[in-house]
Design a binder for this molecule. Structure first.
Ligand code: C2E
Ligand code: CA
Ligand code: CA
Ligand code: CA
Length: 276
């Protein structure tokens, strides 16, 4: 028994070391990735639920490794957040999204509203607002075409600080969306104090919409809430015509999901847009 115990401990320790060194390697690679410009943004269309015309795009980060492997954000955003690397990389995302918006205009496209995900750590960092206004100025983007997506966890942590910060952002003319709505524990009574433009209904409610009447009731309730607070609603993760029809019936304003398009690199997005 004693032997087994020791073996287990040695096994455990060896694995922990392996895990720790893999983590360290990944962290170093992510640090290098920013300098070597290995990050890219993909863009996923958002459309009006009635007319199906484009109303904007969401910028979603990808890491393209030197071996061409595309790493999804779920695999590295948590590490960026733990290490603080989300601050410089989040800044890069904002600047790149604004640059891209202006480049599309130069290429003859109409100005396309662009949504950028902001993580809690980034939002709470002291330099966030100056950084944001700098990027607006330097890129020349009309602030009304920029939308920041924040999750409930950001908004609920320190309501007073957050409300001030959000009001400042609104005064700059930037739009605000509450992401993954319904998955957190936001107090609905607080919602009215946040200057929000849009609620993003989480994918988990859209999935199995046609077979799960509870999800249908939840979406209906969120849309009604949005209407009374004069906030738009957008459903994400829409994959089928059936889901689209349900959401139309429930009077959800906007749609995002594979049914219309996956997130696309800039060139492919331009082709998608011009071929419609
Ligand atoms: P999110 O903000 O909720 O983004 C929506 C995710 O759902 C994206 O995954 C998108 O590709 C995926 N999606 C969209 N439509 C469909 C659909 O019809 N079906 C399915 N199955 N999935 C769909 P992605 O790009 O892997 O991003 C995952 C998460 O990573 C994002 O979730 C967001 O929280 C985070 N993220 C992505 N880019 C950034 C960024 O630049 N900064 C920060 N802080 N977070 C980011
Ligand atoms: Ca988002
Ligand atoms: Ca979301
Ligand atoms: Ca999400």
């Amino acid at each position: 028994v004693k032997d087994n115990g020791r073996n287990f401990y040695e096994f455990f320790e060896a694995n922990m070391n392996e895990y720790a060194s893999e983590r360290l390697m990944l962290e170093n690679n992510l640090r290098r990735a920013l300098a070597k410009e290995e990050f890219v943004l993909f863009y996923q269309p958002q459309v009006d639920s009635k007319t199906e015309t484009l109303i904007g795009v969401e910028a979603l980060i990808r890491w393209i490794r030197p071996n061409s492997e595309i790493v999804p954000p779920g695999d590295f955003i948590p590490i960026l957040e733990e290490t603080g690397l989300i601050i410089p990389i989040g800044e890069w995302v904002l600047a790149e999204a604004c640059r891209q918006h202006k480049e599309w205009i130069r290429k003859g496209l109409p100005p396309i509203p662009i949504s950028v995900n902001i993580s809690a750590i980034q939002f709470q960092e002291k330099g966030f607002l100056p950084m944001l206004s700098n990027i607006i100025k330097e890129s020349g983007i009309e602030p009304g075409y920029l939308d920041l997506e924040l999750t409930e966890s950001v908004v609920m942590r320190q309501p007073e600080f957050v409300i001030k910060q959000l009001e400042f952002i609104k005064e700059m003319g930037i739009n605000l969306s509450l992401d993954d709505f319904g998955t957190g524990f936001s107090s609905l009574s607080y919602l009215r104090y946040f200057p929000l433009d849009r609620l993003k209904i989480d994918q988990s409610f859209v999935r199995r919409l046609s077979t799960d009447s509870v999800n249908e009731a939840i979406i209906e309730a969120v849309v009604a809430l949005g209407k009374s607070l004069k906030i738009k609603t957008i459903a994400e993760g829409v994959e089928t015509k059936q889901e689209l029809d349900f959401l139309r019936k429930l009077e959800c304003d906007e749609i995002q999901g594979y049914y219309f398009s996956e997130p696309l690199p800039s060139d492919a997005f331009i082709r998608w847009f011009t071929s419609r």
